[in-house]
Design a protein around this ligand. Structure first.
Ligand code: NAD
Length: 496
């Protein structure tokens, strides 16, 4: 390994050591080598960061919409200029192929530009008010907000929160995943270069039970926006509500991919493979349950197994690599545990089902893309979130059965429906208990699209105008337009 970086915390526009002087290592999951040494923030460091953010919020919260528009537009530009470096480091830390990370990094500026525009055009309102009054409503920032992010798409997920938070005039303290903090620290520096005032963007790398918990429970934090596992979301939301902070929780998923026999089956097959194995299956909307009509089940099972076996696993920095390792030892153990559970429960391994042992891939956390057939909804591999390159196949006969299989889950984040029948596509989509439904596609996202889940997949929405408004609070200003004197104790009647 030729390069190893070291990072401090990012507080008040400066790279500073943690107060206790502790550090932790970030590992490359493709090789298990150490990529970076990063300062480990503890509770007292979060307190420092929140104080810096309070000062940042006082400046940024009073800045004009035009200033925010320009700063976010410049940030989009700085990201474009640094795209290759950001993509390379996201690949090194997550193990995701460089081809995927370049494509994902290219999308980031869209989010900052969209929310720059939203900041520029956002308007208040003037609701009717009985009597000689003018009530105008302003949308003002919340103040300091805490952003807690996972390791699977470190910068994309951060961006979905940071862009609306900054556009609305808030200051942030970010607690990135302990597995992938480096690009978040790089982005904080780009924010400074883009002219966002010091103290507005602060980053405290560290662990959930220390730094994360303190951030969620800090009394000066007015909103906690977390992406992570469902159990983490429940604990964090409870902490935030202890001081009446608002929450947005983007949590786990187990997306169904329903394929009807009238679909364009070539496209459906390509789409199902894309849904299942992009990011080695480590996405919250992974096509984790392929729900196939009985007439096409065998054909699809065979085609998808062939595709799974043909995926090129390799060095994530190699342009031709199609799938990298899972992102950590913890993920490796978790995914292999589920694979064993699936086999024990009687599901049939159609492809994969084991770690990759061919050198040099045996140095990293590589798992062969895995498909299970003959899966029943009550099996653990069908009910629980695996978050790895494992997908289960189930068969249905009728449309009702397809919908009921898809909805038989505690999660409700993403889903896709594949059919050429327009009426059926919409009819099924509307019955699905999922916050996002794609028709004849999967994984598509846009800055204007509200993103979030039903049921155990979370509460609140990322991106879209809704997210911008959720980063503000309204202030009603009521102006007395009358010239009639008013003295309640002197006998005036007007009181509305
Ligand atoms: P995780 O829950 O382990 O951690 C997420 C973040 O929360 C990390 O920064 C972690 O340090 C922090 N954290 C952990 N415990 C905490 C606590 N007690 N208090 C405060 N913070 C705490 O999740 P992960 O393994 O990093 O990510 C995978 C999970 O994220 C999966 O369940 C996946 O479905 C979910 N996810 C959801 C979406 C979505 O949009 N809904 C997107 C991506 C990932």
């Amino acid at each position: 390994m030729s390069e190893r970086r070291s990072y401090g915390l990012w507080i008040g526009g400066r790279d500073v050591p943690a107060l206790a002087g502790r550090t932790f290592e970030v590992e490359n999951p493709a090789t298990k080598e150490t990529l970076a040494i990063v300062a480990e923030g503890l509770e007292e460091d979060v307190d420092r960061a929140v104080e810096a953010a309070r000062q940042g919020a006082a400046v940024w919260g009073r800045s004009s919409a035009e200033d925010r528009f320009h700063a976010l537009t410049r940030l989009a530009e700085r990201i474009r200029e640094n795209l290759e470096e950001l993509a390379r480091w996201e690949t090194l830390a997550t193990g995701r192929p460089i081809r995927e990370m370049r494509a994902q990094m290219k999308r980031l500026p869209d989010f900052y530009e969209y929310f720059a525009a939203v900041a520029r055009v956002a308007e208040g309102s003037v609701p009717p008010f009985i009597g000689p009054y003018l009530n105008y409503v302003r949308h003002v920032p919340l103040g300091v907000v805490g952003l807690i992010t996972p390791w699977n798409h470190p910068l994309l997920i951060l961006t979905k929160k940071l862009a609306p938070a900054l556009a609305a005039g808030n200051a942030v303290v970010i607690k990135p995943s302990e597995f992938t903090p480096t690009t978040t620290l790089d982005l904080a520096r780009l924010c400074q270069e883009a002219g966002i005032p010091d103290g507005v963007v602060n980053v405290v790398p560290g662990y959930g039970p220390t730094a994360g918990k303190r951030l969620a429970g800090h009394p000066d934090v007015r909103k906690v926006d977390l992406t992570g596992g469902t159990e983490t979301g429940k604990v964090t939301a409870a902490l935030a509500s202890g001081h009446l902070a608002s929450v947005a929780m983007e949590l786990g998923g187990k997306a169904p991919v329903i394929i009807f026999p009238d679909a364009d089956l070539t496209q459906a097959e390509a789409g199902a493979a894309f849904a299942s194995f992009i990011a080695a299956g480590q996405t919250c909307v992974q096509g984790a349950r392929l729900i196939l009509h009985e007439d096409i089940y065998d054909r699809m099972a065979e085609a998808l197994s062939r595709r799974a076996r043909q995926l090129r696993l390799g060095d994530p920095l190699d342009e031709s690599t199609q799938m990298g390792p899972v992102s950590s030892c913890r993920q490796f153990d978790r995914v292999m545990g589920y694979i064993q559970a699936g086999a024990q429960e009687g599901a049939v391994v159609l492809a994969g089902g084991e770690p990759v042992t061919t050198p040099p891939l045996d140095r990293g956390y590589f798992i062969a893309p895995t498909l299970f057939g003959e899966v029943r909804p009550e099996m653990r591999i069908a009910a629980e979130e695996i978050f790895g390159p494992v997908t289960v196949l189930m068969r249905f006969r009728t449309e009702e059965e397809a919908v009921s299989l898809a909805n038989a889950s505690r999660f409700g984040l993403g889903a896709s429906v594949w059919t050429r029948d327009v009426a059926r596509a919409h009819r099924v989509a509307r019955q699905l208990e999922a916050g996002i439904v794609w028709i004849n596609d999967h994984h598509r996202i846009d800055p204007a699209m509200p993103w979030g889940g039903f049921k155990d997949s979370g509460i609140g929405r990322e991106v879209g105008l809704q997210a911008y408004h959720a980063y503000t609070q309204t202030q009603s200003i009521v102006v007395n337009l009358g010239d009639e004197p008013f003295d309640w104790y002197g006998g005036s009647q007007r009181y509305s």
